[in-house]
Design a protein around this ligand. Structure first.
Ligand code: PMP
Length: 437
């Protein structure tokens, strides 16, 4: 490896932690972007189907966001929550309005991890319990408390934890012990997971604070509970007064196409979560995240609390412009329409040797890769990433075994771009399939 990237890689390795991994044998530096495309520091142009981990939600260099950020940056960068901060109030109003939570109140943080921490603080305080339910294969952040509810061992560097967590089944259909390999259809799988939840609760001492769940697990490789499962869980939770936190960091703001929030696919009998956490897409790359919760829960913190940077004037102004753009241009509708185009084009790879499953909703599609024995194949995923990169397409990967391709372009994706990117992917999958033993 020679050139600009090689030199930067060397410098990065010298000063940044070894556990901060990069994609690709020859990692790239994304220098600039426009729309759904990015250009690296060596001048190579890519169609971006990963958006910096589902964070570039609308588009790269969206003029509306750039203008809002520049205008606010020219006025004042920071004031803190000790002062009123108009952009933060306006953004909170907008988030509350779309939240679907009754009597919503919003707290802004700088990262999804802090949003998780806040939700745990609220739930454990409100319920006077440090006991938490989470799904196996989950990811909710990198802090001490969010690692404590991370069921994906690859992202859980310590077993020390301030919370007592019980993991329940719910998402892994293909390779999990209750999965499709065992012939369970949606209804039977849901019933088995509800029975598992009941069983866990029957063995837990005292009260449990909350259940936190991603409606589609992001880092976990877009593993999906059947629609309605979390709503069935909610019925059990209600009997115990346990709160439901929906982690919408990857699934929020219309990405799944059919709904604005991932939890809405589960909302049987009008069930709503008690809290929603959000991050990534809201700021289109600006570091803004937060929690929206029922007022009674949000207001229950018995001491002062503050996030110095959360909802800063610049990030809030940019996020507001981004959110309004997404709403005004019906990007949820675009995710549904173009997601269907993308899915149909990707389905040409269904049935290839090594392609175990293509799944997802809207513009959030996972492709699970296995070897000739049906075992997870992280090698195949790595190979597809290299092949697609060489052909000018960026995609992601994840899952418990790193064998699931993650495809999540900005929500302004066009039909032509969907077809073009899918063709590159299908070609790469064909090549990898030819090597599957
Ligand atoms: N929750 C989910 C579902 C996530 O995917 C992530 C980030 N991958 C987080 C929380 C944590 O967000 P952050 O990296 O901004 O702290």
């Amino acid at each position: 490896m020679t050139g600009v990237h090689a030199e930067l890689l060397k410098r990065r390795q010298a000063v940044l932690p070894s556990w901060l991994s990069t994609f690709y044998a020859e990692p790239i530096d994304l220098d600039h972007g426009e729309g759904r495309h990015v250009v690296d520091a060596e001048g190579n142009r890519y169609l971006d189907f990963f958006g910096g981990i589902l964070t570039t939600m609308t588009a790269h260099a969206l003029p509306e966001v750039t203008a809002a950020v520049s205008e606010q940056a020219g006025k004042i960068l920071h004031s803190s929550t000790l002062y009123l901060n108009r952009p933060m109030v306006e953004l909170a109003e907008q988030v509350a309005e779309v939240s679907g939570i009754p009597e919503p109140k919003v707290f802004f943080t700088s990262s999804g991890t802090e949003a998780t921490d806040t939700a745990l603080l609220l739930a454990t305080g409100y319920r006077a319990s440090n006991q938490v339910l989470a799904l196996r294969n989950s990811y909710h952040g990198r802090s001490f408390s969010s690692i404590g509810i991370t069921g994906n061992s690859g992202w859980s560097p310590t077993s020390l934890s301030p919370v007592q967590t019980y993991y329940v089944h719910g998402s892994r259909r293909l390779n999990g012990p209750l999965g499709g390999l065992h012939g369970l259809d949606d209804a039977a799988f849901t019933a088995a997971c509800v029975a598992d939840l009941e069983d866990v609760l029957g063995q837990v001492k005292d009260n449990v604070a909350c259940l936190i769940a991603e409606p589609i697990q992001g880092v976990g490789g877009f593993a999906m509970p059947p629609d309605g499962l979390l709503g069935e869980f909610k019925k059990v939770l209600d009997r115990h007064g346990i709160l439901w936190i929906s982690d919408e960091v990857q699934t929020g703001w219309g990405r799944t196409g059919e709904h604005y929030w991932g939890w809405q696919a589960h909302a049987t009998d009008g069930a709503t979560p008690d809290m929603v956490t959000f991050a990534k897409g809201l700021g289109n790359g600006l570091s803004i995240a937060g929690v929206v919760a029922r007022a009674e829960i949000m207001d229950s913190v018995p001491a002062n609390s503050i996030s110095t940077f959360g909802g800063s004037p610049v990030t809030a102004a940019g996020a507001l412009a981004n959110l309004r753009y997404a709403l005004d241009h019906d990007l949820q509708g675009n995710a549904a329409r173009i997601g269907a185009v993308l899915r149909a084009a990707l389905d040409k790879a269904a049935g290839l040797p090594g392609v175990a499953e293509i799944r997802g909703k809207g513009l959030m599609i996972g492709i699970e890769l296995v070897d000739g024995d049906g075992q997870p194949s992280p090698q195949a995923a790595t190979e597809v990433l290299e092949l697609t990169k060489a052909a000018g397409l960026l995609v992601g990967k994840g899952g418990l075994h790193g064998n699931i391709l993650r495809i999540a372009p900005p929500l302004t994706l066009t039909a032509d771009e969907a077809e073009h990117g899918a063709a590159i992917l299908v070609t790469a999958l064909n090549k990898t399939a030819a090597q599957t033993p």
